[in-house]
Design a protein around this ligand. Sequence first.
Ligand SMILES: [Zn+2]
Length: 125
Amino acid sequence: MSYYAEPITRLLEELERLPGIGPKSAQRLAFHILKGDDAAAGRLADAIVEVKQRIHFCSRCFNFAADDLCEYCADPQRDGSVIVVVEEPRDVGRSFGNRSIRVGAFADAGRTAMVIESLCTSMPR
Ligand SMILES: [Zn+2]
């Protein structure tokens, strides 16, 4: 039995669905949100909704992007002659930071062939 009001219980349940968030972390986050002002909670909720509505896969490399091309593919300073393939889009920035490379990102092995084909067709000859 939960000792929290239903909306708090619902928030705790949703937070606990996030990776790496157990019951104690969910409580810490939930009470942080509750103690904050309404505007801060609204910004968090809006950011979650916006990222789900606006972010999709880059048409060239399948990294996350808000436009047709991701930040890496749209950057004219990047060296288009080098391809780096990473397992997850989150690995792009972590692994390669500001180096001048073109990054191919894919989230699962099933898309590997499609990503490589996409990158090869977009490489300069
Ligand atoms: Zn891209």
